[in-house]
Design a protein around this ligand. Structure first.
Ligand code: DGJ
Length: 741
């Protein structure tokens, strides 16, 4: 039992008035009525205030303020207008989109929420944050909502989720159940969204919000973020850039259908409602049961998007990503090199290559399993997780041992939530599969989704992983894939509760992951979903990293990684050097180094020079990776704005930094200006050294013409005010600088 270090309860007895005691306008004749001031509930991080107010007029909770930190919040209860509803309901007097909607046992569709009390708690086991709960209740029905806020002071992050509960006689249907509702009163609102598709994830687009509703959402169920990742940035008043402007960055920790709704009302106020997508998901909530929403994680920056990203990164490495402050394993994957076509001999050759390259892990991808319907292509075998006897006559154990003999680790690909119709699993358990009973099956990548809401399927998925790890305790890495969305979905298990599917699926998945993490707390697992189809902080609690995209073309990848960098720290983003792009090996390697480095390439087809370059790159990477993993990111030149991309990472003591510069295209007449660095200490003197130089020298492939600054020392002041040459006038060239005090 954990000791609560500090818990404070404030329950309103005399503090709030009930709806039966309205406080009207002051009586005529200027006579003043003494009124208890409204209760103010202020939350503060290092640079931000979020303030709620309980109105004595109606007992409701309002958001009075969200923005740069206030020195004093007392003045906020001197205005007559208490603010905007903190968690707007449906059915009473709210005229805009509600955060919550429910129909009671008697058919009454209305909800009224009044402030009841608050609980503040902090705990020595929670370094760096405290928890604040605000309890709201309907005065007529036994229905309550608790708003939960985790306040991360140092990182300027607020995590909010909501718990809904009732004690009516029968289940109550809830139709909307947002994780958070935030309000803004600005001149204008600029929304940056990140959308895409397979192999073109996280395309960034900014547009002005106009009157009415704009929705960013997904309805895909699984691989839910294939077209839209659950993230956004919102600039107030004017467009913000990396260093200027008021920005809110928000992301929902939910691996299923999500919705961000932005509504600008007739007065120009904006409400942002974030949470599970209520689409086709009305939920029948049993009496006494708690419906807990996923967490909305958000930050406010008064200094542009760069600071918002750094806040999220700092938070994520400590609290958002499993073992986010630890290290990561470099790896060699065989998917691009072999596809399904391999055998034991070929794989032991790749184990040799892993060692030769100086990498930590060999990751065996898809195609190693199933016997009745061997997994020799993507049409068969998914679901039958036994080693294929023709390809692996000596089982996985043999490969684990061979890896061990070479001093490298062994990792394995699985996709345990899915099934091919041509599989033994499909034949034995047709009722474990999401499919409509009376319509044709609808395939995507020739597969179907297992019904994870069924406890037997949860057990099966758990055992796929646990069984494998029990037999082969030497398995040191897992890639967990998920290659399709839900279509024609129907759950035999859920019976008349089909509208629970989207919600229950994700919670069931988290249940399995939770169990696995209890037994295997630190095993590195890559979150993969046909590329970036499942990237969110709901899942990343259980995963050490994610596969950003199947698109590993160096040029394309700059944009994809750029997009993810707004919300996810480099340590969580897996980047592999492959043969997808036409750029030089140096260019592709530099790009892949801006996160967690891996290779998925035919090492045996490399020239001697390429091999040497790659081996050196791995050594270099191991030297600098700590700066990339946990340093502060500064995006200096955006590929969305110029034919260049430049960014840098700076460690916490500002003694070491790494800068990556890319020339994507070189247009006639485009001049090369120096790039001004950021995040350094102006008083320190730094040595600038170009690294990852092609071993064919400065004229080698992918190199720009000589960089004059390399090898010299400059003050931080000089580097931040005058800058460095970080590009060339040859297209598809790159430069990496190591900057050391
Ligand atoms: C999709 C993943 O994104 C790829 O990296 C690879 O693992 C394939 N699945 C294997 O089927």
């Amino acid at each position: 039992m954990k000791k609560l270090f500090y818990v404070l309860f404030f329950f309103a007895t005399g503090l709030t008035l009930s709806s039966q005691d309205p406080v009207g306008p002051p009586p005529a004749g200027g006579q003043q009525v003494q009124q208890t001031p409204d209760l103010i509930i202020p939350f503060a991080t290092k640079n931000t205030s979020l303030v709620f107010r309980v109105s004595n007029r109606d007992g409701r909770l309002y958001q009075s303020y969200f923005g740069p930190k206030l020195m004093n919040t007392d003045n906020l209860n001197r205005t007559r207008d208490a603010g905007h509803p903190a968690y707007a309901t449906f059915g009473t007097d709210n005229l805009f989109e509600p955060a919550v909607r429910a129909t009671h046992n008697d058919g009454n569709p209305s909800l009224e929420l009044k402030y009841v009390g608050q609980v503040f708690s902090s705990n020595p086991d929670w370094p760096g944050y405290y928890l604040h709960k605000i309890l709201l209740k309907d005065p007529v029905y036994p229905f309550e909502v608790t708003l939960n806020f985790k306040i991360f002071e140092n990182e300027d992050i607020i995590e909010q989720w909501v718990e809904i509960k009732h004690t009516e006689k029968k289940p109550v249907t809830i139709f909307n159940y947002a994780s958070s509702m935030l309000h803004f009163d600005a001149e204008k609102y600029w929304l940056t969204q990140f959308h895409g598709d397979w192999a073109e994830e996280m395309k960034m687009q900014e547009s002005e919000l106009t009157a009415g509703i704009k929705i960013l959402d997904t309805k895909l169920g699984t691989r839910a973020h294939m077209y839209q990742t659950p993230v956004f940035m919102l600039s107030l008043n004017e467009k913000s850039d990396e260093n200027n402007g008021q920005v809110i960055a928000g992301t929902l920790g939910w691996s299923g259908n999500f919705r961000f709704l932005f509504e600008v009302d007739e007065k120009g106020s904006l409400r942002v409602i974030s949470g599970i997508n209520p689409f086709a998901s009305e939920y029948s909530l049993e009496p006494g049961k708690v419906f807990r929403t996923p967490s909305m994680i958000f930050t406010f920056s008064a200094a542009g998007k760069g600071q918002a990203s750094r806040n999220l990164h700092q938070w994520a490495t400590k609290y958002g990503v499993l073992d986010g402050t630890g290290s990561r394993l470099t790896l060699l994957n065989n998917w691009e090199a072999t596809g399904f076509n391999f055998d034991e001999k070929k794989l032991t050759g790749i184990l040799d290559d892993t060692k030769k390259m100086g990498l930590d892990v060999f990751l065996l991808d898809d195609g190693w399993f199933a016997n009745k319907y061997p997994r020799n292509n993507d049409r068969t075998g998914l679901g039958d997780w036994q080693e294929n006897k023709a390809k692996l006559p000596n089982g996985l154990g043999y490969l684990v041992r061979e890896a061990d003999a070479r001093g490298v680790k062994f990792g394995i690909w699985i996709e345990p939530e899915m099934v091919n119709p041509k599989s033994e699993l499909y034949e034995t358990h047709p009722d474990w599969i999401l499919k409509l009973p009376n319509r044709p099956e609808n395939y995507f990548r020739n597969q179907l989704v297992l019904d994870l809401t069924n406890p037997k399927v949860q057990e099966f998925v758990y055992n796929v992983v646990d069984g494998m790890l029990t037999v082969n305790p030497g398995i040191a890495f897992i890639k967990w894939d998920c290659n399709r969305m839900m279509t024609n979905a129907y759950s035999v298990w859920l019976k008349d509760k089909q509208s629970h599917l989207y919600v229950d699926y994700v919670n069931s998945l988290y249940g399995v992951l939770e169990r696995l993490r209890q037994k295997y707390p630190h095993l590195p697992v890559m979150l993969c979903s046909g590329g970036g189809g499942r990237v969110d902080y709901g899942a990343l609690k259980y995963f050490t990293e994610f596969w950003a995209s199947d698109n590993t073309d160096g040029l394309e990848r700059i944009y994809i990684q750029w997009g993810y960098s707004y919300f996810f720290p480099a340590i969580s983003v897996c980047n592999h050097v492959t043969s997808w792009g036409k750029q030089s090996l140096k260019f592709r390697t530099d790009v892949a180094m801006m996160g967690k480095l891996g290779f998925d390439i035919e090492v045996d087809k490399m020239t001697e020079n390429e091999l040497k370059f790659s081996q050196n790159a791995v050594v270099t990477y191991n030297r600098i990776k700590d700066i990339i993993y946990t340093g502060d990111l500064y995006r200096l030149i955006s590929p969305y704005e110029e034919n260049k991309a430049v960014l840098m990472y700076v460690n916490s003591t500002k003694s070491r930094a790494v800068l990556f510069g890319y020339t994507l295209n070189a247009r006639y007449g485009e001049t090369l200006n120096k790039v001004r660095l950021q995040g350094l200490d102006p008083d320190k003197t730094y040595k600038v050294q170009e690294i990852n130089v092609s071993n064919e020298g400065r004229r080698g492939p992918g190199m720009g013409p000589g960089v004059s600054e390399s090898g010299r020392s400059y003050t931080g002041d000089y580097l931040m005010k005058i800058g460095l040459n970080a590009g060339s006038n040859s297209p598809l060239t790159s430069v990496v600088y190591e900057i050391t005090e």
